[in-house]
Design a protein around this ligand. Structure first.
Ligand SMILES: Cc1cc2nc3c(=O)[nH]c(=O)nc-3n(C[C@H](O)[C@H](O)[C@H](O)COP(=O)(O)OP(=O)(O)OC[C@H]3O[C@@H](n4cnc5c(N)ncnc54)[C@H](O)[C@@H]3O)c2cc1C
Length: 300
């Protein structure tokens, strides 16, 4: 007979890992499922100093991710790495998740509750399917931007938010031959707008063709795209959870429960609070305590 976990948690970023750790230490039986080979979520791709976590001074995002891995393993949380949840559906007594591992093997996991902690992904070009790739076109911030050699290259940076302006300044200082920033409108904080200056910054409509790496007909060696983020939880579409206009899952502030009983959503996929490592981890705690209370009440 297949094991019934107290919670199947989808996503091993700060939110899901924190929820799993708390549930395990509260004496419940979670299963943590992570699509990639590592815990830590977006922090795995953050090579920069993370100066925003008061109890972890001097750490990079990647060290934060490594600490998450250590903490989850120390709590004895059952883990499925390199395993993607592809669908979820209600079953007797809870939820059944379909899991696909890196070898293409498919299995099922059952939980009394489901915790959706699958985070966000960087947005690409709206006219192309999510995940589309082209040579010389990098989508989103993080390690690939840092690993790139810019010497002598012409670079177009696209986007009007903090990430676009911050990375425009970054690339300009890395030996590129020419760098232009294209922003349809400006949403970035004033500190980044001022540091970017006016030269090379083009505000207004533009046309981009990723296949030829050109913007308004001008060809570039590299195009860096910073169009913001979008929630990733298509596997849960069949559950008809209430979402906001941008697709983020709506939750109850006190419990992190979604519009469907016993299904919780935490971290960036729910966009409950300012998204960062600390708020995502706090969300995990809120859901874990709500799940514990739920089963204590059921046992009364
Ligand atoms: C470059 C960069 C720098 C950053 N710097 C900071 C910083 O300095 N300080 C800070 O506090 N925050 C920072 N952040 C933000 C921080 O990393 C995020 O807010 C945080 O990681 C969100 O946690 P999460 O658990 O909600 O989601 P994520 O970190 O996105 O984790 C979600 C996880 O779910 C997994 N997943 C998705 N779908 C599935 C599925 N179907 N099945 C199984 N697994 C799935 C993903 O592989 C991922 O591991 C930074 C982010 C980036 C990109």
């Amino acid at each position: 007979m297949q094991q019934m976990h107290d919670a199947v948690i989808v996503g091993g970023g700060p939110a899901g890992a924190s929820c799993a750790l708390w549930l395990a230490r509260l004496g419940l039986a979670p299963l943590l499922v992570e699509a990639s080979g590592r815990l830590g979520g977006l922090s795995v791709d953050n090579p920069f100093a993370d100066d925003w976590i008061a109890v972890l001074p001097g750490m990079t995002g990647q060290q934060v991710a490594a600490n998450i891995d250590t903490s989850v393993r120390a709590a004895g949380v059952p883990l499925r790495l390199d395993t993607r949840v592809t669908a979820v559906r209600p079953c007797k007594g809870g939820i059944e998740a379909t899991l696909a591992d890196a070898n293409g093997d498919v299995s099922q996991a059952r939980g009394r509750t489901l915790v959706i902690a699958s985070g966000v992904r960087a947005k690409g070009f709206p006219e192309h399917p999510p995940g589309s790739q082209w040579p010389g076109v990098l989508i989103g911030p993080g390690s690939p931007i840092v690993a790139q050699d810019y010497s002598g290259l012409s670079v177009a940076v696209l986007g009007g938010g903090d990430n676009a302006f911050e990375n425009y300044v970054y690339v300009r200082n890395r030996g590129a031959r020419a760098v232009h920033l294209y922003a349809r409108s400006v949403r970035a904080q004033q500190q980044w707008v001022q540091r970017a200056g006016k030269e090379g910054v083009r505000i207004g409509p533009y046309q981009v063709d990723p296949a030829t790496r050109s913007v308004d007909g001008q060809r570039y060696d590299l195009i860096l795209v910073f169009y913001g983020w979008e929630p990733q939880a298509a596997f849960a579409d069949g559950l008809q959870l209430a979402r906001d206009a941008r697709g983020y899952i709506r939750t109850d502030f006190a419990t992190a429960e979604t519009s469907v009983p016993d299904i919780y959503a935490i971290g960036e996929v729910a966009h409950r609070m300012h998204p960062c490592v600390v708020t995502s981890m706090a969300d995990g705690v809120v859901a874990a305590k709500a799940i514990q209370r739920r089963w204590e009440r059921a046992g009364e």
